[in-house]
Design a protein around this ligand. Sequence first.
Ligand code: NAD
Ligand code: WQD
Length: 344
Amino acid sequence: MILVTGGAGYIGSHVCIALLDAGLDVVAVDNLSNSNKASLDRVQSICGRSLVFRLADIRDEETICEILRAFGVTAVIHLAGLKAVGDSNVRPMTYYENNVLGTMRLVSAMKRANVKTLVFSSSATVYGIPRYLPLDEKHPLDPTNPYGRTKLVIEEMLKDLCRSNDGWRICNLRYFNPVGAHESGLVGEDPLGVPSNLLPFVAQVAIGRREKLRIWGNDYDTPDGTGIRDFIHVIDLASGHLSALRQLRQPGLLTVNLGTGNGYSVLDVVRTFEAASGRSIPYEIGERRAGDVAVCYADPTFAKDALGWTSTRSLQQMCEDHWRWQLQNPNGYHGSKLPTVRER
Ligand code: NAD
Ligand code: WQD
C-alpha cells in the first residue's frame, strides 16, 4: 500500500492513476485546502479500481501514524504542500509551517511506523536563476522566494536523514513545469481564483472565462522575446514517481530532475494551444513579472540513467489534453456528479 499525501491535488490525482494502473494499492491523504475530493472519484472511474481516501493534515502526526499502520503502508509519495510563489512572499511562515513542519511531522510518523521509503515533490525552483543551461542536478541551489526555500530546506533535511544511516530510501524529484491532464479529460488542474501559471490561464482564455492573456514581457534575450520553460506532461511526471519508487531498493538518497530537456516560449505555447483548441487566444504584452527568469529547462540525462525514465509527450499533446479537460470541465470540479469516494 502506497500513501500519497496531497493525493486529491493536480499532480497527486495523476500519481494515484499511475499507481492504480500499475496494480498498486493507494491510500490518499489530503486536507483539501487546494483541491476537491471529486478528483479522486474520477481517478477511480478512470482506473476501474478503488483507493482509500482519508481527509487529514500531514501536520497531524498521530493521524498519519495511524493511517500508516492501519493500511500497512510500505512507501510514501509526498506531494502535500502549498505552492503559490507570490502568496509565499506575503505569508512566508504559513509556507514554512505547512511545507517544512508538515514534512517533519510526516517523517516522524513514518519513523514511528517504520516506513522508510519516501518520494518527495521538489521543484526546479530550488535552482534559482540559472547560471548555465540546461540545469543539471549539480547546478548550485539558490531559490529566490520563500516557497522555493521551503523545498530546499526539506531537501536538505531529507539528505541529513539519509546520512543518519537509519535505512531511509529517499528520492527528491525536481519538477519543471507540469501541464496537461489525463487523456480522458476527467482529471486536470483546477486552480482556485485567477491562475498564476501560464497553461491554466491560457485554457481559461480559450474557454471564455477570461478575456485575454497578459504576456509578462517580450524583451527577454530569447528568439521571440518571451520566456522559455520546460513544460512536462503531468502523465509523464506521474510515471516518474513510479520509476522512482521502483528504484528505491537500497537505503540512500536520489535527487533527480523531471523535465523534458526542451524549452518552449510563451508564444510557442499560445500558438500550440490555439491549434489544439481551434480557438484564438487574444493577448497583450505587459511588463516583466518580478522574479521571472528568461530561460529555464532541464538536463534530463540523470533521470534516464538513474530511474530509466524519460518523458514521451509533446507540447502539442500537453495542449490537447489540457484543452480536453478545460472543455469538458469549464468550471473545474465544481458541480461534479460522480459518486463519492469511500472515506474510512
Ligand atoms: P495542488 O495544490 O494541486 O496539490 C497539493 C495538495 O496538497 C492539495 O490537494 C492540497 O489540498 C494538499 N495539501 C496542502 N497542504 C496540506 C496539508 N498540510 N495536509 C494535507 N494536504 C495538504 O498542487 P500540485 O500542483 O499538485 O503540486 C503538488 C506538489 O508538487 C506540491 O508540493 C508542489 O509544491 C509541487 N510542485 C508543483 C509544481 C507545479 O507547477 N504544479 C512544480 C514543482 C513542484
Ligand atoms: C511560465 C512562463 C511567465 C502567466 C512556476 C513557479 C515554479 C513552479 C512552476 C512549483 C513565464 C509566463 C505566465 C501569465 C505569462 N512551481 N506567463 N502570463 O514561473 O516558470 O514557474 O510554476 O514549484 O516554482 O515559479 O511558471 O507558468 O507561472 O510561467 O506570460 O499569465 O509564462 O512569465 O515566462 P514559472 P508559469
